[in-house]
Design a binder for this molecule. Sequence first.
Ligand code: GLU
Length: 317
Amino acid sequence: MNMEAVGRFAPSPSGRIHLGNIFCSLLAWLSARQKGGRVVLRIEDLDTARCPRKYARQMERDLQWLGLTWDEGPGVGGPNGPYEQSARTEFYQAALALLEKQGLVYPCFCSRAELHAASAPHREDGQVIYPGTCAHLTAAEVRRRSRETGRTPALRLRVPEEVISFTDGHMGPYGENLQKECGDFLLRRSDGMFAYQLAVVVDDAAMGVTEVVRGEDLLSSTPRQLYLYRLLDLQPPAFFHVPLLLTYDGRRLSKRNADAGLDDLQDRYTAAEILGKLAYLGGFNPGAGPRTAAELLADFRWDRVPTADIPIPEGLF
Ligand code: GLU
């Protein structure tokens, strides 16, 4: 049986959408649509303080304005809702229970400040490789620490001394030794918020996603996620990581700096003009002329898209 392709947009609405988010959404849309597949929109608002509802609604309007349509998600509905992570806690709780049953979850009392102060080794992305400080606390110690700190502990997943590797559909082979290069990672923070790594796996699987297209900054999260797919006995999707767009002087775009935000662009360009320029940067629009998403379907090919980060030339936007 030929499985229907299901792609997704998974924005974190912590600000207005920027060109990098749009580039990624465009590729996700084209990749799924070209296979005759569907697209799901899921709002990744686990961090409700940083992701107020009004940003999510704005993001939906922006995607609609760009012509990047979705078949399942906010405003459309579908069988696998709710489509906001802030409303999906029970699913994460259930997955956590399955991991706990396997004896792989332990409470951790380390604060972020303590971890940084402990000069634990860091990953390339700046995160601490967890040194295992709380990995072997006894039940009595856990009770004592809870009492002393007055804190609910965070929860971590024990990871194996094993290289978890896969072949990215765009970036090629990638692997990571979870114990050496990552360490036991967070499933739930001490304030009760579930971690992105767990939520994204639970949701992509529950929503039948067959291909994940997202920024290259998440390539190094994929081995952790694949490990979760294995433990939860879920079918992983194919992964396609997309180069990041940079400012012309080589900085990463950020919502915080209002870099290349849509509010400014919308006053100056039509949706087709924006998409046409992005497709040009992606190698599948020969000029930088206006093209709608539907028009780009004929020319999009993964092997035309660069693998290195892409500085946006001065004057293009
Ligand atoms: N919510 C994440 C973001 O906006 C994307 C997560 C993912 O695609 O797996 O950066």
